[in-house]
Design a protein around this ligand. Structure first.
Ligand SMILES: C[S@@+](CC[C@H](N)C(=O)[O-])C[C@H]1O[C@@H](n2cnc3c(N)ncnc32)[C@H](O)[C@@H]1O
Length: 416
């Protein structure tokens, strides 16, 4: 009975068991296929992780290299010339700025708010190359206390330093004028910055104290961008300065190359009055500017012709970019008399004997008719010229050198 019951029960359960087995089979198949699928996906994920790890490593290396470049750009370049200029500077030209100088800087910078908004440019980016903070205040203090009558600026840009100088000139009340020289090439924002300087001068009613010259001061030597415009814009400095007469102040912030800085300095120093000052910007931040100024002071040619005797120099080192000022102490004199001796028909009286007896000077006239005397000569001093077949000439020199180069021509008359 028991066996029979068991048999009946097995018969009754058989279909159910078969169904369960069938489902187990299909579950096993699905599990196997899921396993294969998950395996494949895991391989894919691992592969992607590998390639992400590789990309991350290469990005890390790239960022590292770029950071090195940025680091090199932001850390100050070596500037041994600045260190030397600082060591040898006197403390005679710059003075600490007062609150009124900082206030003038704030007032003028604030006036640009409207312009920056109109053109949609960021202040920091736009004024990156302009004079800043303590350097700007010291420049203002120097103009405020020196009260120059005729000032010259190299590198106007959007006019910030020019407006500072012009505002100090207006406050001084002496009718001082600043002439700014700039080639007016477009800035990378595609704005002509000097156009903004002009707008601002009118807006701040400083235009009576500010004039603009379009052109290079001396030569465009350093900035690649400027060199591209070199031929299409005139060099204005030499002619404009000759037309203006002596200047008693100059601020230089233009071509920052060694050669360009030297050209600017050599031109400006020729037009600088005794007691006048030339200020250079960026002497701490631009080794090239410092290099040129250092060479001027130490170049053996300038040194022996009296650079340190004719110029005092001072630095302002507390600001971001660093300033250096030269003050002219005296005028370099190069007295030179050129005498031209001619005989009949304007022919050079070669081999005639020329004497300046009061100066104990005797010389033979050269084949070109010239004799040079390197020294001071007064118009009243005697001049004797003798040549066989001609009357001896004996008269006053007729011209005074007074530190400069002068010329005189004399003619011999054939003896009767
Ligand atoms: C650094 S920005 C002057 C910034 C300005 N001083 C200020 O503080 O706002 C330099 C300017 O010098 C001008 N420049 C470059 N080489 C020059 C040269 N040889 N003569 C005159 N200006 C020059 C450029 O056109 C530019 O506007």
């Amino acid at each position: 009975m028991k066996e029979r019951l068991k048999h009946l029960a097995q018969r009754a359960m058989r279909p159910g068991l078969a169904a369960i087995e069938g489902r187990l089979d299909s579950l096993a198949k699905r599990t196997a296929s899921l396993e294969a699928d998950i395996g494949a996906r895991l391989d894919g994920v691992l592969g992607r992780l590998d390639s992400l790890a590789k990309r991350t490593a290469s990005l890390e290396a790239d960022i590292g290299t770029r950071l090195d470049v940025i680091q090199a750009l932001v850390s100050p370049p070596p500037n041994p010339w600045w260190d030397d200029l600082k060591r040898s500077a006197g403390q005679t030209i710059f003075q600490a700025p007062a609150e009124e100088d900082f206030a003038a800087c704030r007032r003028i910078m604030a006036a640009y708010d409207r312009v920056l908004e109109d053109y949609g440019v960021q202040r920091e980016e736009f004024f990156a190359g302009s004079i800043k903070d303590a350097d700007a205040a010291v420049l203002h203090a120097l103009v405020r206390t020196r009260r120059p009558r005729l000032a010259w600026q190299v590198g106007t840009f959007a006019g910030y330093s020019a407006l500072l100088i012009a505002s100090a000139l207006r406050d001084a009340g002496d009718g001082g004028i600043l002439v700014c020289c700039d080639p007016e090439v477009p800035h990378r924002t595609y704005i002509n910055p000097v156009g903004i300087a002009r707008e601002m001068a009118a807006e701040l009613r400083l235009d009576a104290h500010l004039r603009f010259e379009r052109g290079w001061n001396a030569l465009p030597m350093g900035d690649n961008f400027s060199v591209r415009f070199a031929g299409s814009i005139p060099v204005r400095g030499p002619d404009a300065l000759r037309e203006l007469g002596e200047i008693d102040f100059a601020f230089v912030d233009g071509d920052h190359s060694v050669a360009g800085t030297m050209c600017d300095l050599m031109l400006l120093q020729q037009h600088l009055a005794v007691g006048g000052v030339i200020v250079f910007h960026d002497v701490k931040s631009w080794p090239t500017v410092a290099h040129a100024l250092h060479d001027f002071l130490n170049d053996i040619y300038f040194y022996y012709s009296g650079t340190r005797q004719w110029f005092a120099h001072d630095v302002f080192a507390d600001g971001i970019d660093g300033l250096l000022a030269f003050e002219r102490l005296g005028v370099v004199r190069n007295p030179l008399l050129r005498l031209t001796v001619l005989s009949d028909g304007g022919v050079p009286a070669a081999k005639a004997e020329l004497t300046l007896p009061e100066l104990s000077f005797v010389a033979r006239v050269g084949g070109d008719g010239h004799v040079f005397y390197f020294g001071e000569v007064d118009a009243g001093q005697r001049l004797r010229v003798e040549l066989s077949g001609f009357e001896t000439l004996d008269e006053a020199v007729g011209v005074s050198t007074a530190g400069d180069y002068v010329e005189r021509t004399v003619r011999l008359r054939r003896s009767a």
